[in-house]
Design a protein around this ligand. Structure first.
Ligand code: NAD
Ligand code: GLY
Length: 369
């Protein structure tokens, strides 16, 4: 079982990756206070698949669970309150441990509940989507959405343990798998050129859910993320590189309406647009841009923005994004494959050309759900 460590001094924690980790008592025991309670937080989709197996590894503890409705629309303060009510009803005190069993929505909600319940209790992440295993469960960003903005209420709060059971990915819908692969490709593009080459050689195995390929990709992605977070936990600099493709991607997601494209699908198109702008800036070679498009295409991910959103609309949406962040439009761009930089220094005419040309009239040929 590959185990990585996210090195954050007294808040360091292991990330255990491998098939069949759910239900193994010895992986949990060192991270839960002996004799104390546990609350497993999951949803209506994941509970029938994995709750029983998870509870089998927790028989040394007094275990409760709460099953939430499934969906991004439930990542709210109201749902958080459901978790608090369950904790109070079952008389959980400050020595309790919360366990997030599910995708990024459950992980973000449970992490924020742990950050705020009785001013902070322990929590464990058991991510069950590829996106959550390679990204959201690692690094301590927790929170909920507000009607006026996504992820607007939250806290940096690190878990005690991340346990990625790769066997849970066998039940993941095809499109959700693809959305996770987009985030895996992101690490190759922003800081790990060797990994990008590995992905070019193994993308078919990943799409076919080859267990060895998935374990390797998850471990290498988590290693990249852990290195970045260890150096910049609160995103004062380098961590922003993890948002590669997100300025374009968020505009696509918001413009189409949440859920039409999955987050990872919008990010894939966003990364292709960022690569196009990087090439127009004279940084990325045309050959490398083509390698990026080829890999995303083989991963069955979109490489262009939908024609339904014209460049004016995309610019408008990106400007809103700008207002809620630093007040200045910045892009993560590529100097080369494996070398990203944060830049406010781009040519507005080139951006316009990227937005005008990287759009498709074709309906998205998505992998079946
Ligand atoms: P998700 O949590 O909505 O999960 C996707 C779908 O898959 C859901 O229907 C879920 O119930 C289902 N599912 C989960 N595991 C399954 C399994 N093993 N088998 C079958 N179905 C399964 O979505 P996601 O992509 O995991 O996460 C997206 C969320 O993560 C967003 O809210 C986003 O803001 C957040 N996020 C957070 C961070 C962070 O650093 N905290 C980073 C990236 C994304
Ligand atoms: N997913 C971006 C981050 O964790 O910083």
């Amino acid at each position: 079982m590959p185990t990585l460590h996210l090195d954050l001094g007294s808040r360091s924690y292991p990330i255990c990756i491998g098939p069949g980790l759910l239900g193994q008592r010895d992986v949990f025991a060192p991270h839960i206070i002996a004799g104390q309670k546990v609350m497993v937080v999951t949803n209506t989709t994941v509970a029938p698949l994995y709750l029983e197996r998870t509870l089998a590894g927790l028989t040394d503890f007094q275990c409760d669970h709460v099953i939430l409705p499934d969906g991004e629309q439930y990542k709210t303060l109201e749902t958080l309150d459901t978790i608090f009510t369950a904790l109070l009803n079952q008389r959980h005190d400050r020595s309790t441990t919360l366990i997030a069993l599910g995708g990024g929505v459950i992980g973000d909600l449970t992490g924020f509940a742990a950050a705020s319940y009785q001013r902070g209790v322990n929590f464990i992440q058991i991510p069950t989507t590829l996106l959550a295993q390679v990204d959201s469960s690692v690094g301590g960003k927790t929170g909920v959405n507000h009607p006026l903005g996504k992820n607007m209420i939250g806290a940096f709060y690190q878990p005690q343990l991340v346990l990625a059971d790769t066997a849970t990915l066998n039940t993941l819908p095809e499109r959700e798998l693809g959305a996770g692969i987009a985030e895996v490709i992101k690490y190759g593009l922003i800081r790990d050129a060797e990994f990008f080459v590995w992905l070019e050689q193994n993308i078919d195995a990943l799409r076919a859910r080859d267990p060895a390929a998935l374990s390797y990709a998850i471990e290498r992605s988590c290693r990249n993320k852990a290195e970045v977070v260890a150096r910049d936990e609160r995103e004062s600099g380098e961590r922003a590189l993890l948002n590669f493709g997100h300025t374009f991607g968020h505009a696509i997601e918001t413009g189409l309406g949440y859920g039409v494209w999955l987050h990872g699908e919008a990010i894939a198109a966003g990364m292709a647009l960022a690569a196009d702008l990087s090439r127009r800036q004279g940084w990325l070679s045309g050959a490398d841009q083509q390698r990026i498009i080829d890999l995303l295409t083989r991963a069955r991910l979109p490489t262009q923005a939908p024609a339904a959103l014209d460049s004016e609309r995309l610019l408008e949406l990106m400007a809103v994004d700008k207002k809620v962040s630093s007040g200045k439009l910045r892009f993560i761009l590529l100097k080369a494959i494996g070398h990203a930089v944060i830049s406010a220094d781009f040519d507005a005419r080139m951006l316009q050309t990227t937005l005008d040309t990287c759009r498709t009239e074709q309906p998205l040929a998505l992998a079946p759900a």
